[in-house]
Ligand binder design. Structure first.
Ligand SMILES: [Zn+2]
Length: 196
């Protein structure tokens, strides 16, 4: 049985530090379109944390970059360990609530424990089982983890393989997933590797 961890403020401060290091690294490279300088152009977000991550609702900004050259203004949003793409819930919650849903017998018990609506959790579980398994991070993880993780128990089967420390393995999985949190930053995984 997967024991959901209660996420503390320090955990989220750690993720914010990692995201700050990622955007700092990405800002050192020139604009891909015109070679101009990239400046910070963060945008506001209002994420939800459910019951497991109330502290994460303080994440008010998605770190992003914008080309400073007139007429270009190309935007680059680097990978993030906090926001999982455009989802309203933060990445840590998507992982943990999905794990709770795999471990708990009824949908109503999942809602009680996590505060996340059942239809949202069902959608996440479908994502883990199918679209997620075709992503580059999943393919990379499978190449490293022998035998590969049980695809019917994602994401729990991945967490179990990333150590015994609850917050530690959650951060590791978020770092693995970070490249799929953006479409405007190809090869973003190198910024994540440098920031961890
Ligand atoms: Zn540019």
């Amino acid at each position: 049985m997967f024991d959901p961890i209660e996420l503390q403020r320090e955990f989220f401060e750690g993720l914010t530090t990692i995201d700050a290091a990622i955007v700092e690294r990405a800002a050192k490279e020139p604009c891909r379109d015109c070679g101009g300088p990239l400046y910070r152009g963060d945008y506001p977000r209002k994420p939800r944390g459910g019951r497991l991550a109330i502290a994460a609702e303080a994440f008010g900004r998605r770190f992003s970059l914008c080309c400073g050259r007139d007429g270009c203004r190309h935007r680059v949003t680097p990978p993030s360990v906090r926001f999982l793409g455009r989802r309203v819930y933060i990445g840590a919650v998507v992982i943990l609530v999905s794990s709770v849903a795999l471990a708990v017998a009824t949908a109503s018990a999942v809602v009680r424990k996590t505060g996340v609506p059942a239809c949202t959790t069902r959608r996440w579980l479908r994502w883990w089982r199918d679209p997620f398994t075709t992503t580059a991070p999943f393919v990379d993880l499978c190449a490293r983890l022998v035998p590969g993780p049980d695809r019917r128990r994602l994401p729990t089967s991945l967490l179990e393989r990333l150590g015994n420390d609850g917050p530690g393995r959650l951060s590791k999985l978020l770092a693995w997933l970070a490249p799929i949190t953006t479409t405007s930053c190809p090869d973003g995984s190198r910024f994540v590797r440098g920031a961890m």
